[in-house]
Design a protein around this ligand. Structure first.
Ligand code: NAP
Length: 328
């Protein structure tokens, strides 16, 4: 039975990846941080087969201990301070977790595995935010990185460090350059989930409006369940490599709103959306759109959920959840 260690197990991707690996017969360990983590119960309920280990990306010895306990064949580093807006307010902490945390994960593998480094395969969740002020459209694995937020800068550090450990020590290390991906498990601080929750509440008469920043911002949005499948496929290859994981299509927040409101039965939604300039980014990223052809060709990977299916899935889940909450 292969063994996998997932960091960021309480996050959106952590839970989808855990489900995928459990379904494939893996023994799955999840790293969980903090004393009395409030999301522990959620993980235990959603993915009960996962064995939880305590650790933090900023604490090297906790990571070495986690490797010793899990004896992993595959390691998926999904943990990060991942909210871009928060990273401007907490740039140092973001750099320590999202950037230096990757170095800790890699160094812990060296200390744990010693000369037998080839026994562990490593996947780093890199981000399209590394492209920021884009130097090429669409972005591919070779596009020059030009991050436009502390989060993007920290991800670029982790990305290059992962490649460096592959080239320096022969570690089977891959980077998944993930474009934005969503699901009903997305945190409520992200714009897509903020919209799907608000639309559900407006449709049920529990709320009147939603406040948003730039609704003409465009992103290449996919479904989280598809993206964790790509990460797994990377670690099944003979060698580690870098892959863009994206849909290759771009949509605006305005389009997201339109599909979401329509799904909830509201056609005239203009009056439900208010502009809040405080929600604009200090530095907006440009045309983020990925070219996933390498992942298509080498991994045989394709997204299976369309943009409108994704929006509808999120609205349906939030309508169901809000109905239950409202009935209590
Ligand atoms: P998420 O829902 O925000 O989850 C982040 C995870 O990191 C949580 O489990 C969190 O644990 C954990 N974490 C934070 N600080 C930690 C620390 N110091 N030590 C250990 N764990 C820590 O993120 P996601 O959407 O699943 O994304 C997974 C990965 O893909 C992240 O690295 C993200 O940056 C990257 N990515 C995501 C997207 C996207 O659109 N979702 C796009 C590009 C890249 P707590 O519950 O304890 O906070």
């Amino acid at each position: 039975m292969p063994s996998a260690l997932i960091t960021g197990i309480t996050g959106q991707d952590g839970m989808y990846l855990a489900e995928l690996l459990l379904s494939k017969g893996y023994r799955v360990y999840g790293l969980i941080r903090g004393q009395n983590n409030p999301k522990r119960a959620l993980v235990e309920q959603e993915v009960p087969g996962v064995r939880l280990l305590t650790g933090d990306l900023t604490d090297l010895s906790s990571l070495i201990r986690a490797y010793e306990q899990a004896q992993p064949d595959e390691v998926y580093n999904l943990a990060a301070m991942s909210f871009v807006a928060y990273s401007w307010e907490n740039a140092r902490l973001t750099s320590e977790v999202t950037g230096m945390g990757v170095l800790n994960m890699l160094e812990a593998i060296r200390l744990y595995a010693g000369d037998d480094i080839a026994k562990v395969r490593f996947c780093q969740a890199s981000s399209s935010e590394m492209f920021g002020k884009v130097q090429e459209v669409p972005q591919r694995e070779t596009t020059l990185l030009w991050p436009r937020s502390p989060y993007g800068v920290a991800k670029a550090f982790g990305h290059h460090m992962t490649i460096n450990y592959r080239e320096s020590y022969g570690l089977h290390a891959s980077t998944a350059i993930l474009f934005t991906h969503e699901s009903p498990r997305r945190g409520p601080e992200y714009v897509t989930r903020k919209i799907s929750m608000a639309v559900a509440r407006i449709a049920l008469g529990l709320e009147k409006e939603i406040w948003l920043g730039n609704i003409d911002a465009k992103r290449d949005w996919g479904f989280a369940g598809d993206y964790v499948e790509a990460m797994w496929r990377m670690l099944q290859q003979h060698d580690g490599d870098d892959y863009v994981v994206a849909t290759g299509q771009t949509h605006s927040i305005r389009e997201f709103l339109s599909i979401a409101f329509r799904r909830a039965g509201i056609t005239d939604w203009a009056g439900c959306v208010q502009h809040d300039p405080r929600l604009l980014r200090p530095a907006e990223v440009d045309m983020l759109i990925g070219d996933p052809s390498k992942a298509h060709q080498r991994l045989g990977w394709e997204p299976t959920v369309s943009f409108s299916e994704l929006v509808e899935m999120m609205v349906d889940a939030d309508l169901a959840e809000q109905r239950v909450l409202a009935s209590k």
